[in-house]
Design a protein. Structure first.
Length: 449
């Protein structure tokens, strides 16, 4: 994980939470001290695991101001509307290695990796803990680490894989980057290796077996392993704990019936996305909002249907085309962040069925229509060609996840980003932060940065 990354992590306090509660829902603001002083029994191991969830939900990662912001703004669904120019660079695809957003996101995700490594390593060493609890804690941390590696690889391409807890700045000198596709394969191996150790209870804010299956379905899509993607998406779909409720329920409820995995926030652990989406009229900053193009699609009853609720129009004569996303709307900034929801499983399965060696176009269209009917959109004709069905899946993903960080990654992984967004080939990967390239002789910058 290279010297500069590790130095930054150590200085910033990549440690575990002392919070006593094992439920992330009630997790208080973390008081961090060295993991060496904390992970000594079952209770402290669970508290340390809470620290991994906290890192995942921090502002640099899924908490909203950096990782999520960059990939949303790089798409054509979200546009910059605020005053901070380092966000504008993503809207215009002029991001450089010096952009501070990238540095915070890179460090934040690797902080999550290292926190998970601490939990895995130290929990393995515990003896006075029931074996099933030890395995479950390690399994949850492994899946969270796998999500972090997956996000690093799909954002930056070739990245260093480190699976040992960090203890010194020079510990990983000489570690080379791993090709993105090999990272995805490694993620699959890690998750499948702990799948049976995960809880079958689905409480939506912890990693359960279904959460791991949802992540596997997504990763297999990136690997173009269509049969596996279909298999794991089907497992999620068949889980009776989840169902497609209304769009209103999705927007208004924490832990809605559709949610598979979400990060929980509270008055003491707030979600930065909320303030950056909301308008000043609602106490927010409105640094970004839905683009004019996605608003037009959502507002079309034949395309968006009930999904027109994903935005509000606050335009005026003085400020035209002023749209506000509604996924994060709570004044207390305690909106949960959804990582996986059931609609994604339906659309993953649709794509896998349409693209596998022996395509099942009828089945793919049926899956798309399940998502469309929920939003009161007219179903597609089952006689669509394979090409038309694949385009319909892309289009459906765009509106279904209009203000969630899917669009950029979907266009990049399908090879459509250059044509749709008008960007250059190399801009499909973000540059590795300049400071790390300068400090670490083993890191190789992505081409043309």
């Amino acid at each position: 994980m290279k010297q500069h990354i590790i130095s930054s992590i150590l200085v910033s306090g990549l440690f575990v939470s002392l919070t006593a509660c094992s439920d992330f829902l009630s997790q208080e603001p973390a008081n961090y001290i060295s993991d060496d002083a904390v992970i000594k029994d079952e209770s402290s191991a669970k508290s340390a695991l809470n620290g991994v969830y906290h890192r995942l939900g921090a502002s640099a990662y899924y908490g909203g101001r950096y990782f999520d912001a960059g990939v949303n703004l790089a798409s054509d669904n979200v546009t910059w509307t605020g005053s901070l120019n380092f966000y504008y660079d993503f809207d215009t695809h002029q991001y450089s290695a010096e952009n501070q957003l990238l540095s915070y996101a890179w460090y934040g995700i690797y902080a999550t990796v290292n926190q998970a490594n601490q939990v895995i390593e130290k929990t393995h060493e515990l003896t006075a803990i029931p074996d099933n609890e030890r395995r479950r804690i390690i399994a949850e941390a492994t899946v969270l680490r796998s999500l972090a590696f997956f996000d690093l690889a799909r954002t930056w391409g070739n990245i260093p894989i480190v699976k040992s807890a960090t203890h010194s700045p020079t510990q990983f000198d000489g570690v080379k980057q791993t090709e993105a596709k090999e990272v995805y394969k490694d993620v699959v191996n890690d998750i499948t290796g702990v799948l049976d150790d995960l809880s079958e209870t689905n409480d939506k804010v912890h990693v359960s077996r279904s959460v791991a299956e949802a992540l596997l379905a997504r990763v297999y899509l990136y690997l173009s392993e269509w049969n596996k993607a279909e298999e794991y998406a089907t497992r999620v779909i068949n889980n009776k704990s989840y169902s497609l409720g209304s769009i209103n329920d999705l927007l208004s409820s924490k832990q809605s019936q559709e949610s598979v995995f979400e990060l929980a926030y509270s008055s003491s652990f707030t979600n930065d996305q909320s303030a950056y989406w909301r308008s000043p009229n609602d106490g927010g900053r409105h640094e970004w909002g839905p683009s004019k193009e996605i608003v037009q699609l959502l507002a079309d009853p034949s395309i968006g249907g009930d999904r027109n609720a994903f935005f509000t129009d606050q335009s005026s004569a003085q400020v035209p085309d002023y749209y506000v996303g509604t996924l994060y709307h709570r004044p207390a900034a305690d909106d949960n962040v959804i990582i996986f929801r059931l609609a994604e499983a339906w659309l993953i399965r649709a794509e896998a069925r349409a693209k596998k060696q022996n395509p099942d176009i009828e089945g793919a269209i049926a899956d798309i229509n399940t998502v469309r009917v929920r939003s009161h959109v007219v179903p597609l004709d089952a006689s669509l060609s394979q090409k038309a069905a694949i385009q319909a899946i892309e289009d459906e993903n765009r509106v279904e996840f209009a203000i969630e960080p899917h669009r950029w990654f979907d266009l990049v992984r399908t090879g459509r980003a250059v044509a749709v967004l008008g960007i250059k080939e190399h801009q499909q990967l973000f540059p590795i932060p300049y400071n790390d390239i300068e400090a670490d002789k083993d890191l190789v910058q992505n081409p043309n940065y």
